[in-house]
Design a protein around this ligand. Structure first.
Ligand SMILES: Cc1cc2nc3c(=O)[nH]c(=O)nc-3n(C[C@H](O)[C@H](O)[C@H](O)COP(=O)(O)OP(=O)(O)OC[C@H]3O[C@@H](n4cnc5c(N)ncnc54)[C@H](O)[C@@H]3O)c2cc1C
Length: 379
């Protein structure tokens, strides 16, 4: 590992709060550049929350840079098409002109990143909650310990304490819809005739608004996202109200029966967070702490990983950490802002139900190559 910084005799130190996709990416990328990195996770164990996840070209390129791509690709799936149905009839099939994308379980992606973080020597502390940060380069833990560092990364999610302790100006708003996310057995053979290797985004606007995002992760596992408005007591009920879902999507009954067995199911609304700035002094916010977004374009984690990786590039390229953070936000934030805005509009208007909504603008973040710093698609 090269130690490329301005004072070769002194290894620079980063303290990272939060071991989600953003924090793990930042920790690995900084460590690969020769930093001493400590990663603080509030929970007692390292694990991913949620069910499945889509990664696109941008996130896959980050995994390549972190030397984790081959491991992640094992046991994941690229569907032949992203199909949209309205009232159980196909309205579009998108293939994104060959743009790489992949579906996987969150635990699969998280485990690969944790393994890589350990392999490169990130010092991971569980049961270690960050409660505050100071722009001068201090992180305060719940135990009262105050740690000094050259860089503090707040990757502690949508309710970030690092962010809130500093007092960034922020706008936050929730969506009218929410989603129950589950991993169930594929049951492909029981579903009858159909192109069940596709992603199928199944919308119904009538008699109730209900949507299922059907996403195969591999031969055994299926990611189901069941969307319903938050003011629909039956659609948002957990464990699943089997009757109300089978009535609307009878052909998925074998999978829905499995889904209804899951007592741990949660109904989550989405949140958008917009900050006046992502940085203050030596503190940088990455991931949902900085830019939680609606999942319409499946880019929250993709942008988080790109931004965390780009941060590690920019602290190598500038004289001081403070200057690097300002340059990083200026360089990388506009893509996330535009993606967040389209995601919010699509979610508010339920636009994906029209089909063919993955326009070049909607795919802007997905087309970005963070290693080269250019849009590399279409080639
Ligand atoms: C329904 C839905 C579907 C989505 N689908 C996709 C998708 O397909 N593709 C995609 O790219 N994105 C998707 N997203 C977005 C994606 O899930 C998030 O953007 C991403 O997980 C954010 O990662 P993060 O590391 O910033 O935050 P988190 O995943 O929230 O991780 C934060 C970590 O910090 C820890 N923590 C919290 N507070 C502290 C503290 N004070 N100190 C220390 N540790 C702390 C937490 O325990 C957690 O481990 C979706 C989001 C939703 C809601």
């Amino acid at each position: 590992m090269a130690n490329i910084n301005n004072s070769p005799s002194k290894t620079r130190r980063a303290e990272v709060a939060g071991a989600g996709f953003a924090g793990l990416t930042a920790a690995i990328a900084l460590r690969q550049n020769g930093w001493d990195v400590r990663l603080h996770e509030r929970s007692g164990e390292l694990r991913a929350f949620g069910a499945g996840i889509y990664l696109w070209h941008n996130g896959l390129r980050v995994l390549e840079a972190l030397d984790s791509l081959n491991e992640v690709l094992q046991g994941t799936h690229t569907p032949p098409a992203y199909e949209t149905w309205m009232h159980n009839k196909s309205v579009s099939k998108e293939t994104f002109n060959g743009l790489p994308w992949r579906i996987m379980t969150r635990s699969h992606l998280h485990n690969a990143l944790v393994a890589r973080a350990k392999a490169v020597g990130v010092d991971i502390r569980v049961n270690s909650e960050a409660v505050a940060a100071d722009p001068s380069g201090q992180l305060t833990l719940q135990t009262g310990e105050v740690i000094e560092a050259d860089l503090i990364v707040g990757a502690d999610g949508v309710s970030s304490k690092v962010r809130d302790s500093i007092g960034f100006k922020q706008e936050r708003w929730g969506s009218k819809d929410g989603i129950i996310r589950l991993i169930v057995p594929r049951k492909k053979a029981e579903l009858g005739y159909g192109e069940w290797d596709n992603t199928i985004d199944m919308w119904n606007h009538w008699p109730r608004v209900q949507r299922i995002l059907y996403s195969p992760c591999n031969d055994e596992e299926l990611y189901l996202g069941l969307m319903a408005p938050s003011d629909d007591p039956r659609g948002s009920r957990v464990p699943l109200d089997l009757e109300v879902w089978v009535e609307m999507f009878p052909f998925l009954e074998p999978c829905l029966v499995e889904a209804a067995k899951l007592q741990s199911a949660r109904y989550d609304r989405y949140e958008t967070t917009k900050l006046d700035s992502w940085t203050r002094g030596k503190v940088a916010l990455v991931g949902d702490a900085a830019h939680a977004m609606c999942p319409a374009l499946a880019q929250g984690a993709g942008c988080a990983m790109v931004n965390a990786f780009s941060l590690s590039q920019d602290v190598e390229a500038h004289g001081s950490v403070e200057d690097a953070l300002v340059a990083w936000e200026t360089r990388i934030r506009p893509i996330t802002d535009r993606t967040q805005q389209i995601s919010a509009d699509y979610a508010a208007n339920r636009s994906l139900s029209k089909g063919n909504m993955f326009t070049p603008e909607a795919l802007e973040a997905a087309r970005y190559d963070p290693i080269k710093g250019v849009y590399s698609w279409p080639q």
